[in-house]
Design a protein around this ligand. Structure first.
Ligand code: HGY
Ligand code: MN
Ligand code: MN
Length: 414
């Protein structure tokens, strides 16, 4: 039997085919979780899988599973994959590269007539991004917890206000006739995910493969200042209770301090909104999102506390109220040593130069690490740019990453 080989042209053609689903004029994709575009991508992957004779399943979170049988089908599968949903102005590779690389590995095993000792399953997790419905990684988290958290019941989409549950059930129903259904969560022997680095290190150092040893912590806050809307022309300063003045003062102070005083911290305000939004009315409310990250949980605690204090101070100074809701709290995670060693052996055998690194972005693997030994492989992306339509991976880096991923899967199946 010839050893399994990655078919690079097939992988690159797949990437183009999926990039066409939700393609944006700026050359990226808008394929947000549980939208028609997301369903189209799932349907395409399902059709490709069935054409190869793989069995396809989904669970109540619409996580999609593609199964290649092994010589002992009773063993927990090796799970490989990523996500197909994207940011609203996202790139063609974030998530899709990892999912399609995992599928390419399944196809290359099948092409070579390789029968793995245990089943191998590819997964496309639901709503990794968390931009249409917060939090992120909802599919992976529900899989690991074995149920859909009650607090997601009334969740509404940021873009069109659709209810999460309606969109989830519509997505499951859309594919239902074509595939099997599974309960949420099942044992897996290990989880491996390939992803673009979404940072500049690998490209800058000319290294084709990153072995990811862990993921930094992430917290999301939703902040709303509430004051009193009033006439722009007749309300003198001493009568104003302006929530936007409080928000902008707090953000000015936080932009000036959080990242300059903590080099590894990441502080981002991605969304801001004002009501009623009238040119000649003092705002009633002013709200924003905060995305805070750091590799250490204790520093995250300290930073969150100082952010909350600064927001409260700004509210008091303008005699307005402030409400802060934490919608994401992902603790930093370290991946399994034995899995990381297996990846290093695979890299040596395949003669890949690698470097170890932690991930600045969160990933489904962060949750899977609480369920089974998990690890990730990164490939370089141009200028480290991601969550941007200009996100780009050189074709040779996509193919090299797939070769490393295949070598890693074969190492884990030994
Ligand atoms: O936000 C993140 O870290 C991930 O890329 N969704
Ligand atoms: Mn991603
Ligand atoms: Mn992303």
């Amino acid at each position: 039997m010839t050893p399994p080989q990655i078919n690079g042209d097939r992988l690159l053609a797949r990437l183009d085919a999926f990039a066409a689903i939700g393609a944006t004029p700026g050359g990226g994709v808008n394929r947000q979780a549980l939208t028609r575009g997301d369903r189209k991508a799932r349907a395409l992957l399902t059709a490709l899988s069935k054409a190869r004779g793989f069995s396809v399943f989904q669970d109540d979170m619409a996580n999609l599973f593609i199964r290649m049988e092994g010589s002992d089908g009773s063993l927990p599968p090796l799970l490989i994959g990523s996500h197909l949903d994207s940011q609203p102005a996202g790139g063609r590779f974030d998530g899709a590269l990892g999912t399609l690389t995992a599928f390419e590995v399944l196809e290359s095993l099948a092409d070579a007539g390789f029968v793995p000792p245990r089943p191998v399953e590819v997964v496309a997790w639901t709503n990794e991004e968390g931009c249409r419905f917060a939090p992120g990684c909802m599919g992976a988290r529900a899989f690991v917890e074995g149920n859909i958290p009650a607090e997601w019941e009334g969740l509404r989409a940021v873009d069109d206000g659709a209810l999460f549950n309606d969109e989830r059930l519509a997505t499951v129903a859309a594919l239902a006739p074509d595939l099997g259904h599974r309960k949420l969560g099942f044992p897996v022997i290990a989880y491996l995910e390939l992803h673009i680095e979404q940072g500049p290190s690998l490209e800058r150092e000319g290294i084709p493969v990153g072995i990811v040893t862990g993921v930094q912590g992430t917290r999301w806050l939703e902040v709303e200042f509430e004051g009193q809307t009033a006439h722009a022309g007749t309300t003198a300063l001493e009568y104003r209770r302006d929530p936007l003045k409080a928000l902008t003062a707090a953000l000015a102070a936080l932009y000036a301090t959080v990242m300059s005083e903590n080099a590894e911290a990441r502080f981002t305000v991605g969304r801001i909104a004002v009501t009623p939004g009238s040119v000649n009315a003092i705002p009633a409310t002013a709200s924003c999102t905060i995305d805070l990250r750091h590799p250490q949980a204790d520093v995250l605690d300290r930073l969150e506390e100082s952010i909350r204090a600064r927001l409260a101070e700004a509210a008091e100074a303008e005699a307005v109220s402030v409400a802060i809701r934490k919608t994401v709290d992902m603790a930093p995670v370290t991946f399994a040593d034995d899995l990381i060693s297996a990846l290093q052996i695979a890299a040596q055998k395949a003669a890949f130069r690698t470097r170890s690194m932690i991930s600045g972005a969160f990933h489904d693997a962060l949750f899977l690490a609480g369920h089974a030994p998990s690890a990730m492989i990164f490939v370089p992306c141009r200028d480290g740019l991601s969550h941007n339509e200009a996100e780009y991976v050189n074709p040779e880096d996509s193919v090299a990453g797939a070769r490393m991923f295949l070598a890693s899967v074969l190492e884990l199946l030994r």
